[in-house]
Design a protein around this ligand. Structure first.
Ligand code: ZN
Length: 157
């Protein structure tokens, strides 16, 4: 297991579309374990594989100490709206208010390839949307609520 370097916004890899995971093998398990170490070290609540330079559709979230591995995730239902601040490990020292659904339902495979369903509200919904956007080369800064702009923060000092 190892901590991987987190790519930041000027890195063009963050703008690329990640590929589907086809093989649920030792190579995938290594990526998942390294992503877990990296997420815990960074104290973020979510990490997409592309943020450590791996163009695969893999996301980890840390919801109140529970790490969930999402492989080939898709949002299958969106309800309501929220406008709240968001930040990103790949966009350090900044935050911005985004327009997101209030609740989302996500379908994803686990490390054994089994499909699972997760529902997230408020912060968890923002996190799912934010991390899944990474898989399509998008950053939260693309998704700011009308009239909002990115501002500087000290959160990641
Ligand atoms: Zn991010």
């Amino acid at each position: 297991m190892a901590i991987r370097n987190i790519r930041t916004e000027e890195d063009p890899v963050l703008r690329k579309v990640s590929r589907k995971v086809e093989n649920f093998d030792d190579k995938l398990f290594l990526i998942l374990d390294d992503m877990k170490d990296t997420l815990l070290k960074s104290q973020g609540i979510g990490l997409a594989a592309v943020q450590v330079g791996i163009l695969r559709r893999i996301v980890l979230v840390n919801f109140d100490g529970r790490i969930i591995e999402l492989i080939n995730p898709e949002i299958i239902e969106r309800e309501g709206q929220q406008i709240e601040a968001e930040a990103c490990l790949s966009v350090p020292h900044k935050a911005g208010r985004t327009l997101r659904p209030k609740t989302v339902t996500v379908k994803a495979q686990n490390r054994n390839g089994q499909w699972c369903i997760y529902k997230g509200t408020d912060l968890h919904a923002r996190c799912f949307c934010h991390e899944l956007d990474h898989l399509d080369g998008k950053l939260y800064t693309d998704n700011l609520a009308p009239g909002e702009s990115v501002y500087f923060t000290r959160d990641y000092d």
